[in-house]
Design a protein around this ligand. Structure first.
Ligand code: URA
Length: 265
């Protein structure tokens, strides 16, 4: 299906079923109107979060073990095996599968979500349930499929009953996702939702404030900061149809940067 048709289908699905102009406008390549224009990205690169942790996590050395294991991995397969053997995160015991990543690690574009849900846990793949299907439709409308990006989560095991991951679980898994980014060396990152945005940028301002703004993020062992775009999580969009307008503006923001970064003249 062409990008234009995918974009039109997404608009219809999101309730834009009336044409208000006499003349058709191609909005895909246009700047976002001022009302929804995000402010300029911070000049100071952001750094991943550190959380106030229960002292026994430090005492037992679980965080140090996570860092040592993650940083020893020299390839994505080594990282996957390191995570598979990491026993300090108790989520592992309740999960069916490790959910490592899907898509193309060479593509230069990386999406990071929160944690797997039931379908992802069964399949061992990220974003294959309802929110993943919405994300796929959204991304198809700007010409992206999983051959054009890599997708993973901050937390690689499903939290029981889809509860929110705790700060301790995020802290234990963070060294692995940071190493994942360092090994992939993406040109651009997209952070899906509040948890991924806070964990990777260390910025506490909240997703409503941060969405749609490019932030430069420092990743350990990468020389240059990586531009990262926080967006609403697709699960939030499923619950909050009113946020789709902002999500569409963010998709355009992403598309404009992709065109600049990946289109060779
Ligand atoms: N939500 C996420 O954040 N990740 C998934 O893989 C699925 C749903």
């Amino acid at each position: 299906m062409s990008d234009a048709l995918s974009a039109l289908k997404l608009q219809l699905e999101w309730g834009a079923d009336e044409a208000l102009c006499e003349q058709a406008l191609d909005r895909r390549g246009r700047a976002v109107p001022p009302a929804s224009q995000p402010s300029v990205a911070s000049a100071i690169p952001a750094s991943p979060a550190s959380f106030a942790l229960a002292p026994d996590l430090f005492r037992g050395g679980a965080v140090s073990r996570a860092e040592a294991l993650a940083n020893a991995a020299q390839t994505l397969e080594e990282l996957r095996l390191a995570l598979a053997g990491f026993e300090d995160c108790t989520l592992r015991a309740a999960a069916t599968n490790l959910v490592f990543a899907d898509g193309n690690p060479e593509a230069g574009l990386m999406f990071i979500g929160e944690a797997p849900g039931a379908e992802e846990d069964r399949a061992g793949l990220p974003f294959v349930g309802p929110s993943g299907q919405l994300l796929d439709r959204m991304l198809r409308s700007i010409g992206l499929d999983r051959s054009k990006f890599l997708i993973t989560n901050v937390i690689p095991w499903r939290p029981p009953g889809n509860r929110n991951p705790t700060d301790a679980e995020v802290t234990l898994c963070l060294p692995f996702v940071l190493r994942h980014i360092a090994l992939v060396r993406p040109k651009l990152l997209v952070l899906l939702g509040a948890l991924a945005t806070k964990a990777i940028t260390g910025n506490n301002a909240g997703i409503r404030r941060l969405r749609g703004k490019w932030l430069d993020v420092r990743i350990p062992s990468l020389a240059d900061p990586v531009p990262a775009l926080p967006m609403y999580h697709p699960a939030y969009l499923l619950r909050t149809p009113g946020a789709k307008r902002e999500a569409w503006a963010d998709l355009i923001t992403l598309k404009l940067r992709l065109d600049r970064v990946f289109t060779k003249n």
